[in-house]
Ligand binder design. Structure first.
Ligand code: COA
Length: 300
């Protein structure tokens, strides 16, 4: 679905130091690809030469975002596949097959699909906990499993320059924090999963790494999880500002290009050192009031 809007200005999402064409003939497959962070990562890779397939739950949105990303480079091919829920293995496998049959393979994967909300643990239902584990952790596993044969092919075809998977995680589980038990547990699992892939698939030429963004300005995550505490967060980040999609994209290119060849099993934190002083999800809440709000009602 072609839109009429013009291409997003490259300087807003990628630094000039990366030469265009470095990802020529490469294909990136991305879950959560309609989201603010992942769509921007893919846009940067497409600008630098890759073709791409983004998948998401919302059909119209996936197509619209793909059409927008395709404007990043004149001859770019970008597929947008909607109705894909990373919790449903079959739908994910179908999307992977369509990507491979249309674009010729998969060289890079960004496992970015995630769901989140803030709620005191005492009010967190088992189904709510399971939902986030299923989307973030099981969804990451389902993605890795579905793309694995193609990543192995890519690693064999482009030694040192193909077969790479990147998980989008977070920093909240380094310390833990109020209101996000489901997210903390899920992201800890995602980091562990990435490390396991690095260990077991490293000998086959695959690299697996994590990007852990902090608060990224102008994204859904920032709006949903941090809006009330935005000013406070900004003041706390040691680097003195919120993150940008460009910050995350530069780290992505570093990890997926030749520069990341020997970087495997790592976690690249892109947060201006915010987590080190506790400027994370829930940090703006009035702890412990936020988590004790139901104390009387539940007779702990
Ligand atoms: N607070 C507490 N519980 C919540 C909740 C919230 N804000 N949002 C969802 N839940 C609970 C539901 O009540 C339900 O539990 P229950 O059956 O015990 O009532 C459970 O989570 C599943 O909810 P459901 O509506 O079926 O959601 P889902 O499984 O289809 O999707 C999310 C869950 C997280 C993806 C959904 O909240 C969502 O679409 N979020 C917006 C997208 C998003 O999170 N993007 C990431 C931005 S950081």
């Amino acid at each position: 679905m072609a839109g009429t809007a013009s291409a997003v200005a490259p300087e807003s999402y990628i630094s000039k130091i990366w030469p265009q064409g470095i990802f020529e003939n490469r294909v990136v497959f991305c879950t959560g690809g309609s989201g603010d962070i992942c769509s921007s990562q893919v846009r940067a890779l497409v600008y630098l030469g890759a073709n791409a397939c983004i998948v998401g739950r919302n059909e119209g949105k996936a197509e619209r975002v793909a059409a927008s990303i395709a404007k990043a480079r004149p001859d770019a091919k970008v597929l947008g596949i909607g109705n894909i829920d990373v919790r449903k293995v079959e739908s994910l496998e179908a999307a992977v097959s369509k990507c491979v049959s249309t674009l010729g393979g998969i060289d890079f994967v960004i496992a970015g699909a995630a769901g989140n909300f803030l709620v005191p643990l005492i009010n967190l239902s088992t189904n709510a906990f399971k939902s986030v584990i299923d989307i973030d952790l099981m969804g990451s596993w389902n993605t890795a499993k579905a793309v694995m044969p193609y990543l192995l092919n890519s690693a064999a075809k482009y030694p040192g320059a193909g077969g790479r998977i990147l998980f989008i995680s977070a920093t909240l589980h380094y310390t833990g924090g109020p209101l996000n038990t489901h997210g903390v547990v899920a992201k800890a699992g995602v980091d562990a999963l990435s490390a396991q892939l690095a260990i077991e698939l490293g000998p086959r030429g695959i690299t697996s790494n994590v990007i852990a963004p902090g608060v990224v300005d102008g994204t859904e995550g920032e709006r949903r999880l941090f809006q009330d505490a935005r000013g406070e967060m900004m003041g706390k980040v040691p680097t003195g500002r919120l993150g940008t999609v460009k910050d995350v994209n530069n780290a992505t290119v570093y990890l997926l290009s030749e520069t990341g060849d020997f970087v495997n099993g790592s976690v690249q934190v892109v947060d201006g050192a915010a987590w080190r002083i506790g400027a994370q999800v829930g940090a703006g809440a009035e702890y412990p009031a936020s988590v004790l709000v139901e104390r009387k009602a539940t007779k702990l």
